[in-house]
Each structure stands twice: as structure tokens, then as C-alpha cells.
Write a protein that binds this ligand. Structure first.
Ligand SMILES: CCCCCCCCCCCCCCCCCCCCCCC/C=C/C(=O)SCCNC(=O)CCNC(=O)[C@H](O)C(C)(C)COP(=O)(O)OP(=O)(O)OC[C@H]1O[C@@H](n2cnc3c(N)ncnc32)[C@H](O)[C@@H]1OP(=O)(O)O
Ligand SMILES: Cc1cc2nc3c(=O)[nH]c(=O)nc-3n(C[C@H](O)[C@H](O)[C@H](O)COP(=O)(O)OP(=O)(O)OC[C@H]3O[C@@H](n4cnc5c(N)ncnc54)[C@H](O)[C@@H]3O)c2cc1C
Length: 646
């Protein structure tokens, strides 16, 4: 064990194990997660570092691993979805798997959109992996749902739908598992009795069940990408492909071609809401991994000098702490927000299943906003962690380049982040309702204060500065008032409308304000949820260290967005000047606990797959060892010498 990292652990002021329990949701859950993690010792999962393989080899290795996972899940009798998720995230490490779409989109779509008869037919096939599915929605030319061109036209004479990609731009593009899957959920515009009824989901068989040969359908892999090398994102061109009427999910077309309206057209989009909710937790996970790597490495790396003494640990540099500790605080904040998002998703979707759709708009808005907010922050955070590791961060052995490449598409898929932030219509609607005197409930209730003029941008001089920057509840209140930026966005729309612009143009001309309003709303939610969590934590040592992190998270956010807080008169200039001073104090308070705080995330070394983030801190000898395994070192003299240089 590296002596620096031993010393760091001795300095911790709290019980790491107890904090792990809090993150997991209790000691039993930690115990079970650790039991599941023992799978890492299974030699059937031994594999070559994907970084040393070609794309095709990577795909093959991933398929082998996916198949092994299925067999092992059966062998160990793991069937609870949360446990399957835990098991898979341990085995996958930092990479995705080719069967991922089957688990996260195809199966959930079947579960939520099959009627009884369809469930009976499709669920046994899909859960036994005879049917391997993908989710084909996006097209070469479109992602905006109303703009999708693929058609499904009902033919009452044969009781079939005819699926067609009428143009090049309508070719389905990006669905994972282009080579792996034999079925797809295809999203297409439904036509019956000559009328279009909007997007609906259809199950389409793509490949022969025995030979895996494509049916008369053009299907394949779209080629190498920035990351996602294990995944065969695909294309799919349908040329008048016929499927039985029963393959329409939720069966909205009667045998005579009559269309039966669903309770809400938006239920078809349910799987996206599900994944967006999950991505909040994934952001926490990846932020936590990145911080673990960068902070452990910073504890063992010595460089330059502060005083004329031996080279200090780079974690002692204030600038290094300023790069990493706000991200550490973010990882904790997002972990609690991830827990909230998952609970909220299951609570509201439970109500939806009982026929109560009243909270669907809020679920959509909150999951879209938090998905965008947490993935954007994490995306930039990973890169900060990588840069903070200097040259070694650039090596694939650090895992940080892979974490970035695998994570960055979360900002794009399941709804491009700006587009998701623009689903603020809900915020603006709530603002208008509150202004009209309606009492709002839930997370939007802060807008009720508006009429008392608490929530209003006005000059600092007009407002007494009541905020104590050391008091978290005051900081939450400031974020709440800043979230009233939605008022500026709503006013901008109003002004545009007064200029006789159409509603759509008024909206587009206010889009920057709307995105800012969404961002401020999400930021408020994160600060509030982090602070609320503290009241549940009884252990005083842990409460203290997490309070320090929550303060850092809140103050750092204010420092980055000082313009908003000053403009709205929420903080004074002297208070703003105090914030960097307080931030520096908080960095010093966190410093002795930094390694323990990342240890509490409890990532096994094999899951981190990072030479820099090793638990034992023995970085250098292992870097050398890893480099020696590079395929370029397989022979002492590379064949290119004989071919070209000699
Ligand atoms: C150590 C730390 C510990 C932490 C512990 C954490 C552990 C947790 C770990 C969790 C791990 C999880 C692991 C799993 C992660 C999964 C991810 C893995 C891999 C995934 C692979 C990638 C797969 C990618 C797939 C895809 O990308 S599929 C394609 C996705 N496409 C999109 O998202 C398209 C985006 N566009 C749209 O959604 C729409 O076009 C639009 C919403 C922008 C507009 O739609 P539309 O045109 O129909 O609507 P309108 O603008 O007219 O609006 C109409 C009204 O409808 C509302 N609306 C819209 N959508 C919805 C909806 N979905 N639900 C409800 N309501 C909706 C609008 O708001 C409008 O409302 P209004 O009329 O009232 O205004
Ligand atoms: C790794 C990966 C996996 C994927 N997997 C799947 C899958 O399994 N199934 C599937 O169906 N799809 C999948 N996708 C596709 C993904 O859902 C889309 O790429 C995503 O929804 C974004 O759409 P787009 O690529 O058309 O971007 P665009 O919408 O073209 O975005 C380009 C730019 O235009 C801007 N823009 C677009 N619309 C607006 C607007 N209304 N207002 C303001 N700005 C706007 C965006 O902000 C962005 O800056 C995947 C994508 C990736 C990268």
C-alpha cells in the first residue's frame, strides 16, 4: 500500500463504512451489492483491456460478456431489476454492452406498453433472450418526434401494418444493436382510413430466428463513433415491411381500421422518461468514479514545491483542491438527486399505471431538466478530472478518456440537452398559474410566493441583505429566488407576443432565457435535495463532512453564476466578495477527508479499471506494467520496420 494513501485514510474524521451505507440506502444493500460484486473474481469474465483491441474484437468480446452475464444471472438466480442493474454495472465496468438496449429500452417498452395478450406472447421471448430487441426511433434526418417520417399504414384486408421508410432521411439511424438484435420496437406515424394519428410503437422482426440473417430489410452497423465501440449502433431501412396487427403496442387500431385514442398520446414516450430518470443516477455514478480516480491519484502524486521541502502531494495545491472538491461535492449532490429521481419516477409511474396521469407533465419536465443538468455538469467534470491528472490522465490506463467518451453522448441521446432544457413549457405554465392566484403544489410551490413580490429581480440597493452565506437554509432560499428567472423568460415571451410575433417565434426568441430558467430551476432542486438529505443523517461526523460539501456545492454554484444573484439583488457585492474566502476555508476543511470521501463510494478496482485510481495507490509500477502489455510491444521489432524503415 502506498504510504501517502495510508496516511490519508488515517486522517479521516468519519466512519467510511457508515457513509457507504448511506449512499447505498442501508447496510443490507451494501452487503448485497458487495456480494454481487464478487462476480468480478469469476474467471469467465477475464478479458483483455478493450483499449488493446480492434473495434470488431471489442464488439465480439462485449457480445461474449453479455452472453456470459445472461448465463450467470440465471445460475445465481438474480432476477430483481435493481440487482440485475447492479450486477451489470459491475461487470460492464466503464463500457457499454451490445445488449444494453434490450435491457434498458426494449424490455421496459414491452413491460409498459404491451396489453395482456401481447405480454403473454412477447415477455417470455424477450426475457429468455430468444428475441433480442432494440429501440428504433431516431432517423437520419430527424429526432423531433412529430417530424419522424417512417410510416405504418394499416391494411384491413390482410389485418397488417405496412412499415415503410419512404426517404433517405427516414432511415432509422442510431438504434443500438444493429448487428445483435433480431427484433425492434419501431416508432412510426400511424395511418389508418387515410388519416395520420401520430407516432406509435410497433414490434418488427428484423432477422431470422435461427440463422440471424436479415429478413428483407436493410439493417447494419453505422460505423465507428467517438466512443461506444462495444455497441453496434445501427441503421434500419424498411421497404413496405408487413407485420401483423397484433404487433402494434397498446393496440389502438380495431380490425376494421377504426382508431382508438390512448389515455395520453405521450404514454408512447414513456421509455424515454424512464431512461432520462436513470441518467441522473448514472451521472452521479460517473462523477463519483472520476473523482475517485483524480483524488486518489492526487494523493500519491508529488510535484514541484510549495515550500523548500520535499515535493508535496499535488492534492495540497489549493488550485488542485479547487478543481476537484466542488466536483466531489457534486458527486454527492447528484447521488442524492439520483435517489430522488428514481423514487419520483416509480411513484408517479405507479399512479400512471393506476390510471392517474395528473403528474405525467411534471415527471416529464423534471426528468428532462435534471437529465440535462446532471449530464452536462458531469460531462465537463470528467474532463476537469482528467486534466487534473496531468499527462497520465491522457493515458487510457487512467480510464478517464474512456469515462468521457462513453458518458458524453448522454448529453445527446434520450433528447439533446438544450432541447430537454427547453421542455420548460411546464415551468412557464406553472408561473402563469401562480400569477393567476392558483396554489401550486410540490417542487413548483416556490412560485406561490411571487405575488408577495419575494420572487422578483430588483436592484441590490432595494433589498436588505439577509442572506448568511454560512447558513445552508439561506443559500437554499437564494437559489429558490434565483429560480424565479422563469419570470424573466415568461416576460420575454410576453414582450415578443406584444411585438405581434407568433407564439412559436416568441418562444424561439426567448429560448436563451428559457434554458437559463430551466438551469436555475434544476440547480435549486439539487441544492434543496442535498440540504434536505442532511436532516436524515444522524451520525454527527458524517453530517458535518456532508454539510461542508453541501456548503461548497452551493457557494461554488453562486460564484459561477454570480451575475444572476447580484442582478436579482439576492446577494450584495460585499457578500459576493466573502464567498471565495469561505470557499477556500471549505477546501481546507475537506482536504483531510478527501480520500475517505471517495473511498466511501466503494468502487472495486476492477470496476474503476484505472491505474491512477487504484485503492492501494501503487500507480507507477502498474503504469509501467500496463504499458508493457500494449500490442505494439508484442515483438521487440515491429513489422513496420521491416516493411518501411529498413
Ligand atoms: C457512487 C455513487 C452512487 C450513485 C448511485 C447511483 C446508482 C444509479 C446508477 C444508475 C445506473 C443506471 C444505468 C443505466 C443507464 C442507462 C443508459 C445506458 C445506455 C443507453 C443507451 C442509449 C440509448 C439511447 C436511446 C435514444 O436516444 S432513443 C431516442 C431518444 N429521442 C429523444 O429523446 C427525442 C427527443 N425529443 C422529444 O422527446 C420530443 O421531440 C420533444 C419532447 C422535444 C417534443 O415532442 P412533441 O413534438 O411530441 O411534443 P410537443 O413539443 O408538441 O409537446 C407536446 C406536449 O407534450 C409534452 N411532452 C413531450 N414529451 C413528453 C413526455 N415524454 N411525457 C409527457 N409529456 C411530454 C410537452 O411538454 C408538451 O406539453 P404541453 O402541450 O403541455 O406544453
Ligand atoms: C451513442 C448514441 C446512442 C443512441 N441510441 C439511440 C437508440 O438506441 N435509438 C434511437 O432511436 N436513437 C438513438 N440515438 C439518437 C439520439 O436520440 C439523438 O441523436 C438525439 O435525440 C439528438 O438528436 P439529433 O442527433 O437529431 O440532434 P439534433 O436535434 O439535430 O441537434 C443538433 C443541434 O440542434 C439543436 N436543436 C435541435 N432542435 C432544437 C430546438 N427545438 N431548439 C433549439 N435547438 C435545437 C440542438 O440543441 C443541437 O445543438 C443515439 C445517439 C447516440 C449518440
Amino acid at each position: 500500500m502506498n504510504p501517502d494513501i495510508v496516511k490519508e485514510r488515517q486522517n479521516a474524521s468519519f466512519d467510511v463504512q457508515k457513509l457507504t451505507y448511506i449512499l447505498d440506502g442501508g447496510p443490507e444493500k451494501t452487503k448485497r451489492r458487495r456480494e454481487i460484486s464478487l462476480v468480478l473474481n469469476d474467471p469467465d469474465f477475464d478479458e483483455e483491456d478493450p483499449n488493446f483491441l480492434s473495434r470488431s474484437e471489442r464488439y465480439e468480446q462485449a457480445v461474449r460478456k453479455s452472453a456470459q452475464m445472461i448465463l450467470k444471472l440465471r445460475e445465481y438466480g438474480i432476477s430483481d431489476p435493481a440487482e440485475i442493474n447492479c450486477y451489470k454495472s459491475v461487470v460492464r465496468g466503464n463500457f457499454h454492452e451490445s445488449l444494453g438496449l434490450h435491457y434498458v429500452m426494449f424490455l421496459p417498452t414491452l413491460y409498459s406498453q404491451c396489453d395482456q395478450e401481447q405480454s403473454k406472447k412477447w415477455l417470455p421471448l424477450a426475457t429468455s433472450f430468444e428475441v433480442l430487441g432494440t429501440y428504433a426511433q431516431t432517423e437520419l434526418g430527424h429526432t423531433h418526434l412529430r417530424g419522424l417520417e417512417t410510416t405504418a399504414t394499416f391494411d384491413p384486408t390482410t389485418q397488417e401494418f405496412v412499415l415503410n421508410s419512404p426517404t433517405v432521411t427516414s432511415i432509422k439511424w442510431w438504434p443500438g444493436a444493429g448487428k445483435t438484435s433480431n427484433h425492434a420496437v419501431v416508432l412510426a406515424q400511424l395511418y389508418t382510413r387515410g388519416k395520420c394519428h401520430g407516432l406509435h410503437a410497433f414490434i418488427v422482426q428484423l432477422r431470422h430466428m435461427d440463422t440471424h440473417e436479415p429478413l428483407p430489410i436493410l439493417v447494419g452497423d453505422i460505423g465507428p463513433k467517438f466512443g461506444f465501440s462495444e455497441v453496434d449502433n445501427g441503421f434500419l431501412k424498411l421497404d413496405h415491411v408487413r407485420i401483423p396487427r397484433e404487433n402494434m403496442l397498446m393496440k389502438h387500431v380495431e380490425p376494421d381500421g377504426r382508431y382508438v385514442k390512448p389515455a395520453s398520446a405521450k404514454l408512447t414516450y414513456g421509455t424515454m422518461v424512464f431512461i432520462r430518470s436513470l441518467l441522473v443516477g448514472l451521472s452521479a455514478l460517473v462523477m463519483a468514479k472520476s473523482c475517485t480516480i483524480a483524488i486518489r491519484y492526487s494523493a500519491v502524486r508529488h510535484q514541484s514545491e510549495i515550500r523548500s521541502e520535499p515535493e508535496p502531494q499535488i492534492l495540497d495545491y489549493q488550485t488542485q483542491q479547487y478543481k476537484l472538491f466542488p466536483l466531489l461535492a457534486t458527486a454527492y449532490a447528484f447521488s442524492f438527486v439520483g435517489q430522488y429521481m428514481t423514487e419520483t419516477y416509480y411513484r408517479i409511474s405507479g399512479d400512471i399505471n393506476q390510471g392517474d396521469l395528473s403528474e405525467l407533465p411534471e415527471l416529464h419536465a423534471v426528468s428532462a431538466g435534471l437529465k440535462a443538468f446532471t449530464t452536462w455538469t458531469t460531462n465537463t467534470g470528467i474532463e476537469v478530472c482528467r486534466m487534473s491528472c496531468g499527462g497520465h490522465g491522457y493515458s487510457r490506463s487512467s480510464a478517464l478518456p474512456d469515462l468521457y467518451a462513453e458518458f458524453t453522448p448522454t448529453c445527446t441521446y434520450e433528447g439533446e440537452n438544450t432541447v430537454m432544457m427547453l421542455q420548460t413549457a411546464y415551468l412557464v405554465k406553472s408561473y402563469r398559474q401562480a400569477k393567476a392566484g392558483e396554489q401550486l403544489r410540490g417542487i413548483m410551490s416556490y412560485l406561490n410566493d411571487m405575488e408577495q413580490r419575494h420572487v422578483r429581480a430588483h436592484p441590490a440597493s432595494a433589498r436588505p441583505a439577509l442572506v448568511d452565506i454560512n447558513d445552508l437554509s439561506d443559500l437554499v432560499e437564494s437559489y429558490k429566488l434565483r429560480a424565479a428567472l422563469v419570470e424573466s423568460a415568461a416576460k420575454s415571451i410576453q414582450q415578443e407576443l406584444q411585438k405581434r410575433r407568433s407564439h412559436e417565434d416568441a418562444w424561439n426568441n426567448s429560448a436563451i432565457d428559457l434554458v437559463k430558467a430551466s438551469d436555475a430551476h434544476c440547480h435549486y432542486m439539487v441544492v434543496k435535495l442535498f440540504t434536505d438529505k442532511l436532516s436524515e443523517i444522524g451520525d454527527p461526523d458524517i453530517n458535518l463532512v456532508l454539510t461542508t460539501l453541501a456548503q461548497l456545492y452551493a457557494l461554488h454554484g453562486i460564484a459561477l453564476n454570480s451575475g444572476d444573484f447580484l442582478q436579482a439583488g439576492l446577494l450584495t457585492v460585499p457578500q459576493m466578495q466573502q464567498i471565495p474566502v469561505r470557499i477556500k476555508e471549505l477546501l481546507c476543511l475537506i482536504r483531510p477527508n478527501a480520500v475517505a470521501l471517495v473511498d466511501a463510494f466503494d468502487f472495486p478496482d476492477k470496476v474503476l479499471s484505472s491505474v491512477l485510481g487504484r485503492y492501494d495507490g501503487n500507480v507507477y509500477e502498474n503504469l509501467f506494467e500496463w504499458a508493457r502489455r500494449s500490442p505494439l510491444n508484442a515483438t521487440e521489432v515491429h513489422e513496420s520496420f521491416h516493411k518501411y524503415l529498413k
